[in-house]
Write a protein that binds this ligand. Structure first.
Ligand code: G3H
Ligand code: 13P
Ligand code: ZN
Length: 311
């Protein structure tokens, strides 16, 4: 199978009570680690590229890496733009071979979000490209944008039907308490997700795929390894995997994970460097980093997404 959009994946995921993992990619080792894990578990996958990743690695390089992964694995893989912030960026990605885009108008007022999202949908659907929109604002850091807790807001279920109807989006990211990055809950704060909002949204949008951003669990083992080998990550905290698993059995069909990959990769590299101070061949420390990504993705597929064997 070649690159696919998310339509079929989400239809099956909704019906099967599981979610597709959407993992952020920036370089070859990350693409390889993720897709080797998916191949071993026969899992569909979404590889997503942020505008920062696209600036870092270059559109064509990322495109070719993902094409290589499709060829190597034969899996259904969607190549998705993560947090597109303008029509031009979405159009460039669509014209350049992506099969899915997110237009994130969540920072705009409601009517402007509707207008921008609809403009992207109208263009994307001409080419059979699926579009993810967002309502509500997640706290945390993406690229250089830092949304403070005060500026974040839960999705208002009263807006979702109107938004989906007027924009024609294929999936909707909602804010129910997750946030981007490795510091999702304050020290002493109990992790909580607003499952009541998710339930209300899914009643109002039957069989409609919902997306969770900011869904890394910030697994303590990796934070501890990083700190043990010279890192300084204090009070890092993520969303418990049991909560994400529950969301995946509900209307959530796409779960975004980036920070957990970054932590796993960084822990592997820090450890390798500390234990092998005389080594300087990048392959020596990038190989364990790639293995760490692979193990993390297998863990997510089995314990969070539930999408093993669904390719
Ligand atoms: O939601 C954001 C993703 O983690 C991508 O992060 O913009 O730093 O590449 P980035
Ligand atoms: P995390 O920072 O929790 O991994 O979230 C990633 C994300 O939502 C990418 O869009
Ligand atoms: Zn996100």
């Amino acid at each position: 199978m070649g690159l696919v959009n998310t339509k079929e994946m989400f239809k099956k995921a909704y019906a099967g009570g599981y979610a597709i993992g959407a993992f952020n990619v920036n370089n070859m080792e990350i693409v390889q680690g993720i897709t080797e894990a998916c191949k071993e578990l026969n899992s569909p996958v979404i590889l997503q590229v942020s505008s920062g990743a696209r600036k870092y690695a270059n559109h064509v390089y990322l495109m070719k890496l993902v094409e290589a992964a499709v060829q190597e694995t034969g899996l259904p893989i969607a190549l998705h733009l993560d947090h597109g912030d303008s029509f031009e960026l979405c159009k460039n990605c669509i014209d350049g071979g992506f099969t899915s885009v997110m237009i994130d108008g969540s920072h705009l007022d409601y009517e402007a979000n509707v207008e921008l999202t609809k403009q992207v949908v109208d263009y994307a659907h001409k080419y059979n490209i699926t579009v993810e929109g967002e309502l509500g604002r997640l706290a945390g850091i993406e690229d250089d944008v830092n949304v403070s807790d005060e500026d974040s807001s839960y999705t208002d279920p009263n807006q979702v039907q109107d938004f989906v109807k007027r924009t024609g989006v294929d999936s909707l990211a909602i804010a129910i308490g997750t946030s981007h990055g490795a510091y999702k809950f304050k020290k002493g704060q109990k992790p909580q997700l607003r499952f009541d909002i998710l339930e209300k949204v899914s009643e109002l949008l039957p069989e409609f795929p919902i997306v969770l951003h900011g869904a890394s669990s910030v697994i303590p083992e990796f934070v501890e390894t990083i700190n043990k080998y010279g890192g300084k990550l204090q009070d890092a905290k993520g969303v418990p995997e049991t909560m994400l698993r529950k969301a995946a059995t509900m209307a959530v069909c796409k779960i975004n994970v980036d920070s957990d990959l970054r932590l796993a990769m960084t822990a592997a590299i820090r450890k390798y460097m500390a234990l092998n101070p005389s080594h300087f061949d990048p392959r020596q420390y990038l190989a364990p980093a790639r293995d760490a990504i692979k193990d993390m993705v297998k863990h997510k597929i089995q314990n969070v997404m539930g999408c093993a064997g669904k390719a």
